[in-house]
Design a protein around this ligand. Structure first.
Ligand SMILES: [Fe+2]
Length: 264
């Protein structure tokens, strides 16, 4: 089974992802060797104004595809974006939905505090628009760290949850790792992605995270999160979902203890 990745900062000269064409191609090479056969470029889009520059990004995406072919890389490379939450997002833009499927788009909420009305207003608007937000790395948001059950309310309001492979491996600290596993056990995770930025700290690899998730929920269900669901998202099809269970907190440490562990 090959893996498919729904979140990667591959395009150079735009955000804090690949810093050169060489890095971008080396990231793709690493991905291919890790068993990933499909990826999507998801440059950060922080404001509706940035979406207006989609032609620049699209040209860069086409150049990446061309350079990858010249390097004899065989992955399928899609185009998309990671959109910072904003009620004025215009999702009709070509790069707004993943692989231009017109349905699923990757969105991130702020890592820090966010008023409840921002999330609820945003999710309500999307229910009305029949589009499905794929929420990037909820396990890293303070609201979710503080109360993992919060993730359940996002799912209840129509979002899919994408957690980072690195979170499951402890790259962002033990608290985030713990929250990520709580969400996996509660069947609240729909996709695991690399959120790759470079070759070392945040690489484009999924196989190690797949192993730890398979040990937790079995190969078949892990396959849904690392392969089948990402492919269905790219095609704009319904994904495989399970009924969520209550999130069981495995820690008795206080919120502040958990936050400070995280900063170490
Ligand atoms: Fe990202």
């Amino acid at each position: 089974m090959g893996f498919a990745d729904t979140h990667a900062h591959l395009l150079p000269f735009w955000d804090d992802g690949a810093d050169s064409w060489e890095t971008a191609l080396a990231m793709l090479d690493m991905a291919e060797q890790d068993g990933i056969d499909t990826v999507v470029c998801t440059p950060h889009i922080l404001t509706p104004r940035e979406l207006l520059q989609e032609d620049v990004l699209w040209a860069r995406y086409e150049e990446l595809v061309e350079r990858a072919q010249r390097k004899n890389l065989h992955l399928t490379i899609h185009m998309g974006a990671e959109l910072f939450v904003n009620p004025d997002l215009d999702l009709s833009h070509k790069i707004a939905t993943l692989a231009q499927n017109g349905r699923y788009y990757l969105v991130e909420f702020p890592m820090g505090m966010m008023p409840e009305f921002v999330a609820s207003g945003f999710l309500k608007k999307n229910q009305a628009g029949h589009r499905t937000p794929v929420l990037a790395h909820p396990e890293r948001y303070i609201r979710v760290i503080q109360n993992p059950q919060e993730a359940y309310t996002y799912v209840e309001r129509g979002a899919l949850l994408q957690i980072n492979a690195g979170s499951l491996l402890g790259v962002f600290g033990s608290t985030i790792k713990e929250v990520a596993f709580q969400l996996v056990r509660a069947r609240l995770v729909h996709v695991v992605a690399s959120d790759a930025h470079d070759l070392k700290a945040r690489p484009l690899v999924l196989s190690r995270a797949f192993e730890v998730v398979a040990a937790e929920i079995g190969q078949e269900k892990a396959g849904h999160l690392f392969s089948e669901n990402p492919r269905r998202i790219f095609r704009g099809e319904n994904i495989i979902k399970e009924h969520p269970k209550p999130v069981v907190a495995a820690t008795k440490r206080s919120f502040w203890q958990r936050i400070t562990t995280n900063l170490k």
